[in-house]
Design a binder for this molecule. Sequence first.
Ligand code: PMP
Length: 361
Amino acid sequence: MNEIYNFCAGPAMLPKPVMAQAQSEFLNWNDTGCSVMELSHRGPEFMALAAQAEQDLRDILGIPDNYKVLFCHGGGRGQFSAVPLNLLTVSGKADYVVTGSWSKSAVSEAQKYGDIRVIEPVVATHDEQHVLPSAQWGLSTDADYVHYCPNETVDGIEIFEIPETGNVPLVADMSSTILSRPIDVSKFGLIYAGAQKNIGPSGLTIVIVRDDLLGRAMPTVPGIFNYQTLADNGSMFNTPPTYAWYLASLVFDWLKNLGGLSVMAEKNRIKAKHLYDYIEQSEFYYSKVARENRSTMNVPFYLNDESLNSEFLQQAKAAGLLALKGHRSVGGMRASIYNAMPFEGVNALVEFMQTFAERRR
Ligand code: PMP
């Protein structure tokens, strides 16, 4: 049987060494005689694991001391609510930059809580979408924050520059790009990410928030979404997703041992280039995103002859290449090639695409 490569957008594949380690200590973690998922979150063993995981994430991302790192429930969509509930409280106004389907969903949630100004900087030139430079977004100067999504998982649109927002805090939904490359955390007021792409399994959400943004939540915010409450309780106001937190700690270890985010970024660049270069020169497949905004993590592509879509997917699956179907809202194909996807997986996909195209020509 061929090696299996899972291109799912999330929950996504996790690094093999991480899964093997989790398996080997599943029944007896750290000589406790218990699985880590059976331990109290308040016991010394889990508390030590939790603190180490936070420290590792701080080291990997270079998170400054004036930021809290919160390990939460609720996923990316939970943060679509938590962000306005916590931050939309001074002017009651926020700018939302819509570049695809996830940032659009964030708007529908935020609109329940305040005055949301929508900015749409995606334009199509020669049938390819690209994002106007942030200097042309016309951001407000009196908003409580600016929200954007640097990597649109469905559309495969990535914004590589960090928008300049002056004194207005910048909030980023990094669900599908966090840990794929180094970022300057100090440019952000708040970063959030669901774990199920580059961090670990679903059920865990990471929030990185600058200290001055704590303590200004609406009085009605549920306790489990109140950043100040979560920070005061070391993310243990209620029982955290302990097993997901543990798996994230293994992923952080794996990343550290690999050499950190610059090394990871280079691997990701090479993988994405290999796939996009093939699509670019092909007369059989095409991309709808302009070069400067092509995502390194999610690569949507289309067959010129869409009637071959189901045959493509069937044969890909038979060749061990799983979950390549594009999101139902945009159709086509999508290869999600997060950190855990090895180059060999991307190469196997390119070879399959080549063979499929040759047979159908
Ligand atoms: N934001 C982005 C960029 C996403 O990719 C996703 C999920 N794929 C979400 C938000 C929603 O996350 P969740 O399903 O964890 O609520």
